[in-house]
Design a protein around this ligand. Structure first.
Ligand code: F6R
Length: 240
């Protein structure tokens, strides 16, 4: 894994944007894998500012999001589909029909996972953006998830529910289940860019970069990827 340590969140976001811009400039119809959460918001802001200033176009880009809460859709401002429109898609020229995410309100969750896996099988992600959970999860693949997993429904751990409750009115409102791409879907991307900032990520970052490759630390699978770069701030890198 290629590790780039920067001073702070702002530098992490700018550096990540350089890689994103190169990807969509080299290949106008690039397929992007995108994440939600606090970590990539700075990158998305950079993409929006550049686009508005006449920079990169996303008109031919396709996007696949990692995950979505079960039971939520665009009508909820806590849904990930809402997050993506608010924080990125509504401010660049990507076509909404080219954006993909699991349908949190799908009547048949198993069929929804199969639909998403089929789409991913047809579309190889050129650049996958990832954040990392404080327990080492990537997407919603919690510790113990099989490295062979594909899109599936997960029971969120108490740790993740607690981490994510900051974005909800109360912890009781955090959904207990989610749809997530599996680890083998993520590993199929040609290039992976992981972003991590803050001291609360330091242990997970250590496990991802230097720890044993084990299903107990889902992000450790990234050590096996041929083209994976981590950009992290000094606080997240403090145990490396
Ligand atoms: C989001 C996702 C999660 C987050 C992770 C870190 O789509 O898949 O794995 O990347 O939980 O979240 P933040 O960035 O909020 O610290």
């Amino acid at each position: 894994m290629n590790v780039i340590i920067v001073k702070n969140y702002d530098e992490m976001s700018k550096k990540a944007f350089e890689i994103m811009k190169a990807a969509v400039t080299e290949k106008k119809d690039a397929v992007l894998g995108l994440a939600t959460g606090s970590t990539p918001i700075g990158l998305y802001k950079e993409m929006i500012a550049d686009h508005k200033a006449g920079g990169a176009s996303y008109a031919d880009v396709k996007a696949f999001n990692l995950d979505e809460y079960m039971g939520l859709d665009y009508s909820s401002d806590q849904s990930y589909v809402y997050f993506m429109r608010e924080n990125l898609f509504d401010h660049i020229d990507i076509k909404l029909e080219n954006t993909n995410i699991e349908n949190g309100k799908a009547a048949d969750p198993e069929a929804e996972c199969a639909r998403y896996n089929a789409l991913l099988a047809e579309n190889t992600v050129d650049l996958q953006i990832l954040g990392i959970g404080s327990n080492g999860h990537i997407a919603f693949n919690e510790p113990g998830t099989s490295f062979d997993s594909v899109t599936h429904v997960v029971d969120l751990t108490e740790n993740t529910i607690k981490d994510n409750s900051r974005l909800f009115a109360s912890i009781d409102e955090v959904p207990r289940k989610a749809f997530t791409m599996g680890l083998s879907n993520i590993m199929a991307a040609k290039k992976i860019l992981v972003l991590a900032n803050g001291a609360n990520k330091a242990k997970a970052v250590y496990g991802m970069v230097r720890g044993e490759v084990t299903e107990n630390v889902p992000a450790s699978i990234l050590q096996n990827h041929a083209d994976c770069t981590l950009i992290c701030d000094e606080a997240a890198a403090s145990l490396l």
